[in-house]
Design a protein around this ligand. Structure first.
Ligand code: AHG
Length: 331
């Protein structure tokens, strides 16, 4: 009989994980089941397509972006375990009315929105921080969220693909749970996801090649040269248009995922958001034995200045990320 997420969380509580954290993860996992059902309905329920509005990122919102955000807000809003929530889809934080909540929850409710209308892989990414407001008996503020990634107490994503899988870390390795749609239970399917140190697979959007910084251009040129080039082996390339999809592959079989900053005016800080994309994914990648940098610095050590701050991302198999970081250091 496979272990369920609930059993896993009870076991973690027996070895010291806070009960409220276990409850939080349970609630988030239930929100992801509801989101998975909405994603799965697609055109049947008319949830595809875009709205005539933009989010704070300046991106046209998809119907599912807002539906998923509303689900996360509602499902996580009643338990009293949160001091506040923040999301890619909301301008600022939503503090919880009660002041006892010990945690802050930050999320991208639908990552990979451009994949929604073409039935591509999408996911939900979430990050859990301790709430400074709990000890001070006050309502949470936006400043409370601006903690570096090393302060995360948990992180994970749900990937809505052929299988619906929840990948989670509480700081003791990376576990995976697959959704059994017949029972509605998350069933453990991996006890410790590990990223191989070496890989022959890279992931980057080649369309922006002319804009890349020199270290990325050098690295990609070398892997494209294949067995006749400096690497001496042929590489494969994948790009799914959804960080969750590419990262799940990296966590499963290794690889290096790159979304660097580049010279374009709107890309000098990068595309991916630090608080609810880069940090939670970096936590998972490091817990699985990989590395996650912005090219030069460890992502989880970046001090956020703003809630929707962006960052460059180079992550995955440790030896590859270290090689790229070396090229950055010499640039
Ligand atoms: P969003 O959630 O706003 O769709 O952004 C998705 C991110 C990330 O998931 C993915 O790797 C990247 O954007 C894809 O960017 P390009 O479309 O520029 O390739």
């Amino acid at each position: 009989m496979r272990k369920t997420l609930t059993q896993f969380l009870v076991e973690q509580q027996r070895v010291g994980a806070p009960q409220q954290l276990g409850f939080l993860i349970e609630v988030v996992s239930q929100a992801c089941v509801t989101i998975a059902n909405a994603v799965n309905k697609g055109g049947i329920e008319g949830v595809l397509g875009a709205l005539d509005q933009e989010n704070i990122q300046g991106e046209v919102q998809k119907k599912l972006d807002v539906i998923a955000n509303d689900i996360m807000l509602a499902v996580n809003g009643w338990g009293g375990h949160l001091a506040g929530q923040a999301s890619e889809e909301m301008d600022t934080i939503v503090p919880d009315a009660q002041t006892g909540g010990e945690y802050l929850l930050v999320y991208d409710p639908i990552d990979g929105s451009s994949n929604i209308d073409v039935n591509g892989v999408v996911g939900t990414i979430f990050s859990v921080l301790k709430a400074p407001s709990a000890a001070e008996g006050r309502v949470a503020t936006e400043a409370d969220f601006l903690q570096p990634g090393v302060q995360q107490v948990a992180a994970g994503y749900a990937i809505y693909g052929p299988q619906t899988v929840l990948v989670l870390t509480l700081g003791a390795g990376v576990q995976a749970f697959s959704l059994d749609r017949e029972t509605g239970a998350w069933v453990q399917t991996s006890e410790a996801m590990q990223i191989p140190r070496k890989t022959k697979e890279f992931s980057i959007n080649m369309a922006y090649q002319r804009h890349w910084p020199a270290p990325v251009s050098r690295y990609v040129a070398e892997v494209l040269a294949g067995r006749d080039g400096p690497r001496g082996v042929d590489f494969n390339m994948r790009w799914m248009g959804s960080m969750v999809g590419d990262v799940h592959r990296v966590l499963t079989r290794g690889g290096v995922f790159m979304y660097p900053t580049d010279e374009r005016a709107d890309m000098t800080a990068g595309k991916l958001r630090l608080m609810y994309e880069a940090n939670p994914i970096a936590f998972l990648v490091e817990q699985a034995g990989g590395m996650a940098t912005d090219g030069a610095r460890r992502i989880m050590e970046l001090q956020p200045e703003r809630l929707h701050q962006r960052t460059g991302v180079i992550l995955g198999s440790a030896d590859e990320v270290a090689l790229i970081a070396d090229y950055y250091s010499k640039a």
